[in-house]
Design a protein around this ligand. Sequence first.
Ligand code: SAM
Length: 355
Amino acid sequence: MPAQPPRPAGGAPAVDPVAERFHFLVNAPALFNAVVTALEWDVFGHLSAHAGASFEELRTATGVPAHPLRILLHAVCTTGLLERNPDGGYRNAPAAAELLVPDGPDNWRHILTGWREIYYPAFSRMSEALAAGTNTALDAYPGDEPTLYRRLAHEPELEAVFHRSMSAFTLKSLDALVETEEFATVRHLLDIGGGDGTTSARLLARHPGMRSTVFDIPSVARLAADADPGVADRVRPHPGDLFTDPFPAGADAVLFSHVLEIFSAEQITELLTKAYDALPSGGRVFVYGYNASDDETGGWYSARLSLYLNVLASGQGMAYPARDWEEWMRRAGFDAVRTRTGYPYEHGLTIGTKR
Ligand SMILES: C[S@@+](CC[C@H](N)C(=O)[O-])C[C@H]1O[C@@H](n2cnc3c(N)ncnc32)[C@H](O)[C@@H]1O
């Protein structure tokens, strides 16, 4: 039963937005999966080309039997992403046209497929993992390595889904980083935990005088070798372990993009100190990623990431607020530490300079 908000005298019922959000939230896992299914069946793509298509047209286009398609379309209509005309034809809502139709490497289909295959199955074990204080959901993956990143090396297909999803989200949140003026003078970037090289490729495309060394675990670093052909000759994969292997020398800037938040305060200080030691005087460190709000009450994306890290990925870490990054950077020896916040998807950038 929907909440029955109090009805003020003579007016429309006052809707408590939190109650309204609650009712959406408790149905969201089902509706999330319905939206991913609609993406898989290219419902939004079909309606982009054939706005107002009838149920029968959608049935022919998807090849799905009538009853399951009826169920699916009803579910997606309840989210508002699909709309139904009075004549029964369907069309994309403006948000669906903007978010779910355009194809390309940053497509939400890639992101949500990764969340469905990897993140959300793990969240069913949240109470157990948080109570244990470790990432017990990792038991579902073969191997004995302590993090998801390393265990995925045993499952190359899932590892590819994971990196496609991560790369797609990174592309959505990357513009602010790429346009950061401090990169204009960087000649050699050390991209720590650089994944499949998506971030480095975008930075190199923007800054023709820059080259990059992408340091990641061996099964991932080799993906960076297939970087965008336009910049491939300036990307060097460097396979290894961030903690047990030294940082390669020669870079004048170190980037940690969506990496340090995986770890504990002690590990972060250790990695920032390694960055400090690897840099020349005047070298810069950049830490980019989700920042929880200072009072730790805001940020859906940050909250989801922190839960994922603790339940599945590493069993620690979080989307730390900016003040934590600044403190750890200073502790590692960096000067002129400052943070820029307010970027899309709750992102922030903290920069420090080696004196
Ligand atoms: C969340 S991804 C970020 C990828 C990329 N920097 C981006 O912004 O999209 C974290 C990366 O850290 C790497 N990583 C985690 N632990 C590592 C370790 N001990 N040694 C090397 N790389 C590691 C993972 O393989 C993964 O590619």
